[in-house]
Write a protein that binds this ligand. Sequence first.
Ligand SMILES: Nc1ncnc2c1ncn2[C@@H]1O[C@H](COP(=O)(O)OP(=O)(O)O)[C@@H](O)[C@H]1O
Ligand SMILES: [Mg+2]
Length: 332
Amino acid sequence: MQQEKPDRNNGDTLIQVDHLKKYFEIKKNFYSRPLQVKAVDDCGFAIRKNTVFGVVGESGSGKTTLGRVILRLIEATGGSLVFDGTDLMSLSNQELRLFRRRMQIISQDPYNSLHPRKVVKKLIGEGLQIHFQLSSQEIDERVKQILTSVGLREEHMYRYPHEFSGGQRQRIAIARALVLKPEFIVLDEPTSALDVSVQAIILKMLKELKRDFALTYMLITHDLAVIDYMADYVAVMYLGQLVEMGKKDDIFLKTAHPYARLLIDSVPPPTPNKQWSGKVLSGEIPSPIHMPSGCRFHPRCPYARELCGSKEPELVELQPGHFVRCHFPLDA
Ligand SMILES: Nc1ncnc2c1ncn2[C@@H]1O[C@H](COP(=O)(O)OP(=O)(O)O)[C@@H](O)[C@H]1O
Ligand SMILES: [Mg+2]
């Protein structure tokens, strides 16, 4: 089977996802027939412990939906999801609560993710209360400790979110997730809303926290520089599907999918070099309501041939651990 990844049953695997689907039904108006949006369409991969699994693609490619389905924040339409040996799909909401603490999410918008009327101590401490039933003194101690870990200070405990900058708010959101001692964190565009100078500082901190707390990340971003800096493995997503996946070096140095190639080439290198084709990705990602026939990328692909418009390519393993969904993969 194409999506039975070699990592299956490997003791190093924290998350195993197979044939995962999330279809939304939308209606233009009350009387119209529902239309199907295939936001995540048959995705499969394994995430190893203590690694960063990067998911990259343009806006609308299904990254956020994928991250939220994996945490069961939204229910999947189909597929399987195994976290540390437990089949998450089969759990009741009650049973799932035990896993909630172990899997956290940090999303893009530090302005909306923190309740405006709660002080930092409450924002960070309330999860501790729910999951660990600690005394208020113990909660205080843990909140202080975690604030230091994310570069904030004890005196910040009694301030409200609006008293902080965007970067500081993201630190609070990170502290709130970390204080629960999770093993896995979905980082959904964690720095996209921040100034460039602050982005680098937060990413560096996330990297250090990963090491210090033995974390596993799924890092979602449209920014290849972020992927390059953070990720060990990369999955490139296009219209709900994984089109290329492998170790970071496979993706950057042995790029096989034309979409991945164009994404990479759309970012000019900091110093001009001969390898850079200067080609840019043209056109816009089509609506997933009107999925192109054949290969979903073929209308925008400079290398498309006749077959590409009629037959959908499967995800195949080009080299061990390097997967591509293309009838005519590029030579590295
Ligand atoms: N709740 C929803 N209802 C209907 N369509 C949705 C919903 N959430 C996301 N979508 C659609 O699913 C597709 C993928 O969205 P998303 O996962 O947010 O992509 P990304 O994070 O890569 O930008 C988009 O076409 C989006 O419009
Ligand atoms: Mg998104």
